[in-house]
Design a protein around this ligand. Sequence first.
Ligand code: C5P
Length: 241
Amino acid sequence: MYWGQGTEGESLYLLIPAAGSGRRMGSDRNKLLLPLLGKPLIAWTLLAAKQSRQIDWIGIVGQPIDWQDFKSVVSDLNLVDSVQFIQGGSTRQESVYQGLQSLPTAAERVLIHDGARCLATPELLDRCSEALRDCPGLIAGIPVKDTIKVVNSSNSVIESTPDRSQLWAAQTPQGFEVAKLLECHQEGIRQGWQVTDDAALFEQCCLPVKVVQGEETNLKVTTPVDLAIAEFILRQRFGAI
Ligand code: C5P
């Protein structure tokens, strides 16, 4: 375990949006608390953060109904002293904004990593943390494999086929200078922008966002089939658990 080892330079702060529900999972509870190979899903996300060399502080953005369960996961992982709980909002965008406002004042750069991406490796978190020391904004991403179509939502007819060689699938971690990201969120509130990731706010404000090579296995667990795939990947990674 590298937890708490620290590195040269400033500390890195990690926010984990975890305030969603289990609607698309068909579950009546937060999907991050569903069991995955004997642990709640969020425990795998936190384990990767714990094993990262670069991260010194973790904020879990959640809903009060889940506090008790999150606290027992954090305690089982011996992370009690390093984790802060922050009240989330009704969208991911709101949850991240609340997380940003709750960062310690010393936080200059922040990584944001969805709790639902429980297969991200510590190496990916470290790669993004390293890269964030040299740029104001970044995301993990991978080139898309499918041909992507833009489809008219009213008649389901294809409008265009973007050049696949320029398309990347956005993942998390996403990392930013805290002050700049806060300004982008505030501008988003003023303008009524609704986005599904933080890079989109940076882009809307004409700030550059670099792409760091992500991981094909870094899927966002959203539906029951994702849970089955995640279990398969973890078994491959760690042997039969
Ligand atoms: O729903 P989806 O999987 O796209 O959400 C991405 C991440 O954002 C999840 O980790 C989820 O817990 C989090 N989220 C949040 N606050 C919300 C909705 C989602 O922190 N209101």
